[in-house]
Design a protein around this ligand. Structure first.
Ligand code: TYD
Length: 134
């Protein structure tokens, strides 16, 4: 089964442009407790390099693009995030990395929990051990 689970959002387009609405329980499959966004990422910088034990997230690139790598300890998959009308659902014990941010990239992430450093696994070996046990 692919690690890449997409959520397609309806884009309300008219002669003025496009509008996407994200709504808890409608097109976002969890209660939204936190929204953060990554922007003005410097050239050559990659981010992420962690997994979460419990967090559920939907990542939407609302401007520009970046390359997302997901890894469940067994397989590694990657995709470009470059569509403001499409979110990537990330849940379960999955290592994530973001690379190749365009200058104009704004990566917005919706999450089902407040920021909690205890939920992070920042060491790949530790992640790998926990993922193989799971
Ligand atoms: P970091 O975890 O390094 O970001 P990433 O792994 O996505 O590259 O987070 C950068 C800083 O921001 C770090 O000091 C923690 C803080 N932070 C918050 O305070 N709240 C949040 O929701 C997030 C995601 C990070």
């Amino acid at each position: 089964m692919s690690l890449l689970t997409w959520v397609d959002f309806q884009s309300h387009g008219d002669d003025r442009g496009q509008l996407v609405a994200l709504e808890e329980g409608r097109n976002v499959p969890f209660a939204i407790k936190r929204v953060y966004y990554i922007f003005k990422t410097k050239p050559q910088v990659s981010r992420g390099f962690h997994a979460h034990r419990f967090l559920r997230q939907v990542a939407v690139c609302v401007s520009g693009r970046c390359r997302m790598v997901l890894d469940n300890g067994k397989t590694r998959e990657e995709t470009w995030l470059d569509n403001p009308a499409r979110g990537l659902l990330i849940e379960g014990l999955v290592w994530r990395e973001m690379h190749d941010f365009s200058d104009d990239c704004v990566l917005m992430v919706l999450a089902d929990a407040l920021y909690n450093e205890q939920d992070y696994i920042r060491d790949y070996q530790q992640f790998s051990a926990e993922a193989l046990d799971a």
